[in-house]
Write a protein that binds this ligand. Structure first.
Ligand SMILES: NC(=O)c1ccc[n+]([C@@H]2O[C@H](COP(=O)([O-])OP(=O)(O)OC[C@H]3O[C@@H](n4cnc5c(N)ncnc54)[C@H](O)[C@@H]3O)[C@@H](O)[C@H]2O)c1
Length: 254
């Protein structure tokens, strides 16, 4: 497992949302391989439990929690259970996210609300629940934004708006907690090979060429590659980084 010869998170507790799949799963595995006790948070608890089981089988420590990040009560309960079971969280990685291509003039209100609710409000609610623990001894938050938070793209109004929100939410929190020993950064991936991107379909009647600009000449990246970057930022090696928005997108946003 990449990172197992590094022990940058020994004795630390990390909360990772979206840990049942894709980037969240790879990040949970990476932090655990480096010694963290990991709270694997996901709406699909069986998927998070599978991640925790795989971490345990590899010699790490992890436990699964069913949390809907868009629901304040669910977030509060999940974070307090994780803190009780695994100790004070000092790392939070907000990976839970959803997306769907749609013509904006036809997008159902429910889809708009759900994408903003999970990607943007969920990121805030998780930070809000974990921050009191971080204020007791330091910590850091890594939010998974997207190239879609830094550029426009067709059929993605809610997704782009949510990720643009995550970008500036990151800066706002970084500024607010700058002198409180809490760092807040974001990683903005481009096209990563995960179930999320494999499900994306251009809406009916749309010209597929309209999304050609989302393809990097460098191809796609892997969840493990993004997880390695997240681990660096969340570790003490990222000590001087806060309020940073770090792209890993094969040059999409040059
Ligand atoms: N894959 C990419 O190319 C890419 C690019 C840029 C940004 N991102 C972002 O990275 C993050 C992870 O994406 P991924 O590709 O790994 O997706 P994924 O679909 O593989 O995993 C997302 C996970 O989030 C969970 N989730 C969804 N809604 C939730 C909720 N309300 N509460 C708790 N958990 C919930 C899902 O159950 C799933 O396990 C997302 O925020 C996504 O927007 C992905």
């Amino acid at each position: 497992m990449p990172g197992e010869n590094l022990r940058r998170f020994e004795g630390r507790t990390a909360v990772v949302t979206g840990a049942g799949s894709g980037l969240g799963k790879a990040t949970a595995a990476r932090l655990a391989a480096e010694g963290a006790s990991v709270a694997c948070v996901d709406l699909v608890v069986d998927a998070a439990a599978e991640t925790a089981k795989e971490i345990g089988a590899a010699g790490g420590t992890a436990k699964a929690y069913r949390v809907d990040v868009s629901d304040p009560a669910s977030v509060r309960d999940g974070v307090s259970a994780a803190a009780q079971d695994l100790g004070r969280p000092s790392v939070l990685v907000n990976c839970a996210g959803i997306g769907k291509f749609a013509h904006s003039h036809e997008m159902p209100f429910e889809d708009w609300s759900r994408i903003i609710g999970v990607n943007l409000t969920g990121t805030f609610l998780m930070a809000q629940a974990v921050l009191p623990h971080m204020l007791e001894g330091g910590g850091n938050i890594v939010n998974i934004a997207s190239n879609a938070g830094l550029m426009g793209a067709p059929f993605s109004a809610a997704y782009c708006a949510s990720k643009g929100g995550v970008v500036n939410l990151t800066r706002a929190l970084a500024d607010e907690y700058l002198r409180k020993n809490v760092r807040v950064n974001a990683v903005a991936p481009g096209m990563i090979d995960t179930p999320l991107t494999n499900k994306f379909e251009v809406p009916a009647g749309a010209n597929p060429k309209a999304i050609a600009k989302l393809a990097s000449p460098l191809g796609v990246s892997s969840p493990a590659e993004v997880a390695a970057l997240v681990a660096f930022i969340a570790s003490d090696e990222g000590r001087y980084m806060t309020g940073s928005i770090v792209s890993i997108d094969g040059g999409l946003t040059i």
